[in-house]
Ligand binder design. Structure first.
Ligand code: SF4
Ligand code: SF4
Ligand code: SF4
Ligand code: FES
Length: 945
């Protein structure tokens, strides 16, 4: 049976161990464990309905009653904790009678349509009727719920209250696991019902469609529509979500090669059985009609596509690369790896470029999000990654969330964070916009430092000023764990008056008193943790802010143990992995510089080829070189630079200037509209490999169906490499991982065998840490001298300033239901929640411009202009406007500029000076885009004909 076992109540961890006797068997469990769970551990299944091990016990159904020697009555075993020497009886006639009576009551108000019910075979009510030996139902209630109306409003699941047994598992799941509190239990006794708000449909309620209630429901009341339509799955394969950097583990429940549902895996260490709407439900894109399954070529982007065999496509691509290199030189070609593909695939692409193309012109989409994290944390801590596992947040007392929106961007971690906040941890939000976490059920941020976009460095330095000047430094930590000379220099730098909250107020717009109080709060608890996102990195001073965050954590001793740390929330599923795998032009896998002769020699020996010692081109430099005429061909795997990179005009012009653009993707994306070779890739369901999430956790991705186009992406790269004359002969991705492990010290102990054994592994995993590393820098930092290095972080204002012409600042972000460029989520029912990007504008700014909700507004920057519908809201502060960027026709990146982080070229997406006006027509760019897209679709249609 592929279903997880349910122990009835959650596991308890306690130092005290209790031994008791259940039906004559000895059970030894931690104190606080329920009798129900203790029985399950020795193989005794006490009937239950309202209890499940993902939720705290509730004790409402009374099916789990037991008798305790010397005790009175029949207590519920789910709510009764074990005691030393206790003797429990779980089965006798009296107990059986009570249980049968309970079941009779339930069944008397239940439609007896088991044979045609979608849950048939997967229904706990049905199982319990069998377990208690129910043979007849004596009660005939006058009123029943059998005619209660179903709610089908949610695109993914149905709610049929006629089957509800009011066990409240759904209500508790929504509260305890998801933290949304969308469901209520109304009325008492027989009249009680569950609902998503009075007379409200699920789609009109607060529900965020995470699926936790569906997962918890023991009957067919809350049920996936796909199961209703297709029937029960018959086998399951464990794999990892391909959306965000949380890296949730899932069981793909299948019928043959068809995915029926994705069920969050209880043993998944990143998600512990929870999910969000994307991973749980939005997987239909994998078999969407838009999937490209035939390789295609064309000489010019004005020509129709020509479908060809794989061999022809690969030979054509290789011949073009060879032709271009012969004509324009070795360095005229390059490639882009994908943070959505597996580690093994990313490793192979950079290997192809370095060894096959013979240059280091490789870059990754991670450039445009977290490259400042790599730079900043490497400089300060010696390693380019977050310091904690997600579970660490449960030990934090104060949590800073800076430039991140976890409930939308990293929803499962967002739920865990909310749980910790409901337990009493304090929250400091540093964000220009009022993200949901600022005020959500039972959670209220202690401080929301609503800073002006682009002023992060001034803010983080002002917080440090308070820590230093008010003697809140953890002197012992600094003395023993950090580079003291750098600390002294930093201390002298920080105490300069212009770093004080009072002076910084003019820059950040945040009252000094709030900054002082927030700094004290963070610095005076035992465990302070910082979580940050792209609101920190995607700035002209992104790397500086990351170093500022690291300084603050070191100065307060908030590193190296559970409950603390510096934690970048990675955007895409494998951003961490693509960086680890050597996707940047200056680094081999494991962040080792290409100019280092020893490292190079290691790779030259393994790869049997001479390697270039000079760093290659970054993505923006590739574009520049293309426009100058020296960069002519690009191999782009699983990345849509034409939509995702800033300054769209510039990117499109650069792509048009190239002679051969090879796109490998599952859809004909925006970049493919500029391509000459299209290689149809595979979705995560069609391949085997690994993803590395934001906690450095390497998790298995396992093929659940065959690649629709015939090959997994690593196989396509291998074909291309062989056609270019650089041989690759892997027959399974595990061999690629073995090579990675042999060449990368932090992966040395990683193998498929170990991943299968442990479920997942957090790197570093080597002889020093054979089981991996949940928390980093526990004894010393990973810099050569083992000490944390303080860096100076002077605030330099971005050149992107508001002017009379562009008086507002535009900042961007993601929304829960959509994902990045939207290529996947736009092809799912998630569009029911977000079918277009809107411009959030403060009522005051809207009124000044005569704009009301839903008006079309033009957003103009020095880079370009686009048009969106307005959403007038106080979530944004006056002077700031905000939009998401999930739809290509929105052209959010038409307006973003080519400004970038000084150290890493990460684009300054979060700060663009704009003017907003009411308009009545699409922008010129949008009209051009519509025409161009139309042409490309016609060229595609012609080729299909
Ligand atoms: S799907 Fe999630 S958010 Fe919606 S009601 Fe169920 S548990 Fe709550
Ligand atoms: S909907 Fe399901 S989980 Fe919720 S109370 Fe009814 S039976 Fe229980
Ligand atoms: S939180 Fe992220 S990894 Fe988890 S299910 Fe949602 S999108 Fe997937
Ligand atoms: S399972 Fe214990 S009371 Fe319901």
């Amino acid at each position: 049976m592929y279903k997880d076992r349910d122990f009835g109540t959650p596991a308890r961890s306690a130092t005290q161990i209790v031994t008791l006797e259940i039906d004559g068997f000895k059970a030894t469990v931690p104190a606080g464990t329920s009798i129900l769970r203790a029985a399950a551990t020795v193989g005794i299944e006490i009937p239950k309905l309202c209890a499940t091990d993902s939720l705290e016990p509730f004790g409402s159904c009374r099916l789990c009653v037991v008798q305790i020697e010397g005790g009175r009555g029949m207590p519920a075993s789910c709510t009764t904790p074990v005691a030393e020497g206790m003797k429990v009886v779980t089965q006798n006639q009296k107990l059986a009678d009570v249980r049968r009576g309970v079941m009779e009551l339930y069944i008397s108000d239940h439609p007896l349509d088991c044979l045609t019910c979608a849950s048939n075979g997967d229904c706990e009510l049905q199982d319990m009727a069998g377990a208690v030996g129910l043979r007849e139902v004596r009660y005939k209630p006058v009123t029943t719920h059998l005619n209660a109306e179903s709610d089908h409003s949610n695109p993914y699941f149905s709610f049929d209250p006629s089957k509800c047994i009011v066990c409240s598992r759904c209500v508790r799941a929504c509260e305890e696991i998801q933290g949304t509190f969308a469901l209520t239990l109304d009325g008492r006794g027989f009249a009680s019902t569950v609902s998503p708000g009075q007379n409200q449909a699920f789609m009109d309620s607060e529900c965020v469609s995470c699926g936790a209630c569906v997962q918890a429901c023991p009957t067919a009341t809350l049920m996936e529509k796909e199961v209703i339509a297709q029937g029960q799955p018959e086998h399951a394969i464990i794999t990892t979500c391909a959306y965000c950097g949380v890296g949730c583990s899932f069981k793909a429940e299948m019928k043959g090669e068809q995915v029926i549902r994705m069920v969050p895996h209880k043993d998944g260490k990143a998600n512990h059985g929870h999910s969000c709407v994307k991973g749980r439900f939005a997987f239909g894109y994998a078999t969407h009609k838009d999937r490209m399954v035939k390789p295609m070529i064309r000489r010019s982007i004005k020509d129709p596509w020509q479908p060809v065999s794989w061999q022809e496509a690969i030979e054509y691509a290789a011949s073009e690369i060879k032709r271009i290199q012969a004509k324009y030189g070795k360095d005229s070609v390059g490639g882009i790896t994908s943070s959505r593909c597996t580690n093994e695939e990313t490793y192979l692409v950079q290997k192809l470029i370095r060894a096959g193309f013979g240059n280091n012109n490789v870059d990754t989409c991670a450039r445009v999000c977290h490259s400042p994290t790599g730079y900043g944390l490497k400089r300060t801590f010696g390693e380019s990654s977050g310091t904690q596992d997600f579970d660490s947040v449960m030990a934090a007392e104060v949590i800073i969330v800076m430039g991140a929106n976890p409930t939308d961007g990293h929803p499962v971690f967002g739920s865990l964070l909310k749980k910790r906040l409901r337990e009493g941890a304090k929250l400091i939000v540093i964000d220009p916009r009022e993200i949901d976490l600022v005020k959500t059920p039972h959670v209220q941020a202690a401080y929301h430092l609503k800073l002006r976009p682009g002023t992060n460095v001034a803010m983080i330095t002002a917080l440090a000023y308070v820590v230093v000047t008010e003697n809140l430094i953890d002197e012992e930590f600094v003395k023993t764990r950090c580079d003291v000379a750098s600390f002294e220099k930093w201390r002298n730098f920080i105490i300069q008056e212009h770093h004080s909250p009072e002076v910084s107020e003019a820059i950040t717009g945040v009252p000094a008193v709030l900054v002082r109080e927030a700094a004290r709060l963070y610095a005076t608890v035992n465990n302070g943790a910082i979580y940050y996102g792209l609101g920190v990195t995607e700035h002209s001073q992104g790397s500086t802010t990351v170093m500022g965050v690291a300084n603050l954590a070191m100065a307060t001793g908030n590193l190296g143990r559970n409950g603390v740390g510096v934690n970048p929330l990675r955007g895409q599923n494998n951003v961490q992995g693509s960086c680890d795998m050597g996707s940047f032009p200056h680094e081999f896998p494991g962040y080792r510089h290409v100019s280092n002769p020893e490292t190079r020699q290691l790779f030259e020996q393994a790869w049997q080829v001479n390697l270039a010692a000079e760093p290659g081109l970054r993505i923006p430099n590739m574009f520049e070189a293309a426009l100058e005429g020296s960069f002519k061909a690009l191999y782009c795997e699983g990345e849509d630079i034409a939509q995702s990179d800033p300054d769209t005009h510039h990117v499109h012009a650069a792509l048009q200037a190239m002679e051969c653009v090879i796109v490998q993707d599952i859809f004909l994306n925006e970049t493919a509209k500029f391509a000459h070779v299209f290689l149809p890739g595979a979705s995560f369901l069609e391949k085997t490999g690994t993803f590395t999430n934001a906690e450095r956790r390497i998790s298995p991705v396992r093929q659940v169906m065959r690649p629709l186009a015939g090959y997994a992406d690593w196989e396509i790269t291998q074909l291309l490499s062989n056609a270019l004359g650089y041989p690759m002969n892997y027959s399974h991705p595990s061999q690629i991982m073995d090579e990675i492990a042999a060449l990368t010290p932090s992966f040395q102990g990683v193998s498929y065998e170990k991943i299968d054994q442990m479920g997942s592994i957090q790197w570093p995993c080597n002889q020093d840490y054979p089981e991996g590393t949940p928390i980093m820098h526990t004894e010393q930092f990973l810099r050569d001298d083992g000490k944390g290095l303080f860096m100076l972080t002077e605030y330099v204002a971005t050149t992107e300033k508001v002017t009379a012409m562009f008086p507002l600042i535009l900042t961007t972000g993601r929304i829960l239901s959509q994902y990045n460029v939207g290529a996947q989520t736009r092809r799912t029912a998630n569009v029911a929640w977000h079918s277009e990007d809107r411009l959030e504008i403060h009522p005051q700014d809207a009124e000044d411009r005569g704009i009301v909700n839903n008006d079309w507004v033009g957003i103009k920057s020095r880079a370009g202009e686009t048009v969106l519908r307005a959403l007038v809201t106080e979530r944004v502060q006056p002077g700031v406007v905000y939009t998401t960027f999930h739809f290509p026709e929105s052209g959010a990146n038409v307006i973003t500029t080519d400004n970038s982080d000084w150290a890493t070229n990460c684009p300054e997406y979060k700060v663009t000076a704009v003017q907003v006006t009411k308009v009545y027509a699409l922008s010129e760019w949008q009209q051009h885009y519509a025409d161009f897209s139309q042409q490309q679709m016609e060229l595609l249609a012609q080729s299909v004909e």
